[in-house]
Design a protein around this ligand. Structure first.
Ligand SMILES: Cc1cc2nc3c(=O)[nH]c(=O)nc-3n(C[C@H](O)[C@H](O)[C@H](O)COP(=O)(O)OP(=O)(O)OC[C@H]3O[C@@H](n4cnc5c(N)ncnc54)[C@H](O)[C@@H]3O)c2cc1C
Length: 372
């Protein structure tokens, strides 16, 4: 079989690697590998999903990350993921606290290693984390983090070594028949998978409409910090952080507004950068100077679930990750590759044809999707 992949992010590069074991693969990347969200992501990886499908995908993805680590410059660091709610007296936080307890219970039902902790237990287990006002926390014990850019470039190299033809600097769109159109002309393949991130809707426009909206999220890394926290998501404040080199990576800064994927602000907002200082103080009792900050594009769908699978005869898509695409990429690509090759059960439940493509919807911040 001869298969085209459009987009060389974490998803497309892993697809190229998996498909190249059994097929001839051409990957068309507009810029260079990891030029999109995968080169701007925070790299948190966890299995803390209360939906069974997501939990299975994330568990398998963690296995694959750990299997790849150590070779070709890619590193995966084990680190627990703690998400917590603070006592504020607000109704919203009481609701969030109940949700954290329920989510952790459901995750344990799926066989995930998830612990529920009180505020005192958080402070005792993670010295340095401000825990006195924590109403409840949950810990995904088998989580970790990685650099998404180095993952994508490493898996791209491995795909090349398997014979995949990776064409960087080659933007592509699809014709209405699902053939690949580039500046050099039109090429036919037996099947095509489009994993072009925020550009996926434009790439498949002539095949069928898909309801995906790009939106901005932001992150910042600090100078060296004398703190050794776990990965932390504070549902009360809507921010997360993780260790990053000698310092910290702090993120969220979601702007729930649809962006033009060819015209958006790549710099972090001043408000976001100031809020990162406040959040570090809130979470760790101290803050450290900013080393750099940036924005990137995530993709939202009407129901918060991704669009993965066959869109039209021989045309597949994989997008709409709501900020959780890197941590699921190795598993999604593995299953989607099997589906394209007609092997295995493929991906269940994320059929892109569940929508007409012209749905009107609000963008829901990725970290809140789990709560719906
Ligand atoms: C600040 C930030 C923090 C994040 N943190 C996390 C996190 O901690 N954990 C997590 O799981 N996820 C996180 N995400 C989300 C994550 O980055 C994405 O879900 C994931 O990288 C999506 O990968 P992808 O391969 O689908 O898309 P992308 O990485 O966007 O790749 C798409 C590729 O397609 C290429 N392309 C576009 N148009 C064309 C065209 N016409 N022809 C050919 N190629 C084209 C682009 O150049 C790009 O390389 C974060 C995102 C951001 C911005």
């Amino acid at each position: 079989m001869d298969i085209a992949v459009v987009g060389g992010g974490a998803v497309g590069a892993t697809l190229a690697y998996d498909l190249a074991e059994d097929a001839e693969v051409t990957l068309y990347e507009a810029d260079e590998l990891a030029a999109g969200a995968s080169g701007r992501a925070a790299g948190l990886c966890y299995d803390a999903f209360s939906d069974r499908r997501d939990a299975e995908l994330a568990t398998r993805a963690l296995e694959r990350f750990r299997g790849l680590a150590g070779g070709g410059g890619f590193a995966f660091t084990d680190c627990p993921y703690v998400w917590l709610v603070r006592e504020t007296g607000e109704e919203a936080d009481e609701r969030r606290a109940a949700e954290v307890r329920e989510q952790a219970e459901r995750m344990r039902d799926h066989g995930l290693d998830v612990t529920t902790l009180s505020g005192e237990e958080v402070a005792a287990r993670f010295p340095g984390v401000v825990g006195g006002d924590v109403a409840v926390a949950a810990v995904a014990e088998s989580a970790g983090y990685a650099d998404p850019e180095s993952y994508t470039k490493t898996i791209g190299l491995l795909a090349r070594a398997r014979g995949a033809d990776i064409r960087e600097g080659t933007p592509a769109t699809l014709t209405e028949d699902g053939d690949v159109r580039t500046a050099d002309g039109i090429e036919e393949h037996d099947a095509v998978v489009v994993a072009a991130g925020a550009h996926t809707r434009e790439v498949v426009r002539d095949v069928a409409p898909i309801p995906v909206k790009p939106y901005r999220v932001q992150a910042l890394v600090t100078e060296a910090a004398d703190a050794d926290p776990p990965m932390l998501f504070d549902a009360t404040n809507g921010f997360y952080l993780r260790p990053h080199g000698e310092g910290l990576l702090v993120g969220n800064g979601t702007e729930p507004v649809e962006q033009d994927p060819d015209d958006w602000d790549r710099e972090a907002d001043t408000d976001f950068r100031e809020d990162c200082v406040t959040y570090q103080e809130r979470a760790l009792g101290w803050s450290w100077p900013e080393a750099r900050s940036w924005a990137g594009l995530c993709t939202a769908t009407p129901d918060g679930d991704p669009l993965v699978g066959e869109l039209a005869d021989g045309v597949h898509v994989a997008t709409g990750w709501q900020g959780h695409g890197f941590m699921r990429a190795p598993a999604v690509a593995e299953r989607l590759a099997a589906q394209v090759l007609g092997e295995g059960e493929g991906i269940q439940g994320f059929d892109p044809r569940r929508f007409d493509g012209d749905e009107q919807f609000e963008i829901v911040e990725g970290m809140d999707v789990e709560r719906r």
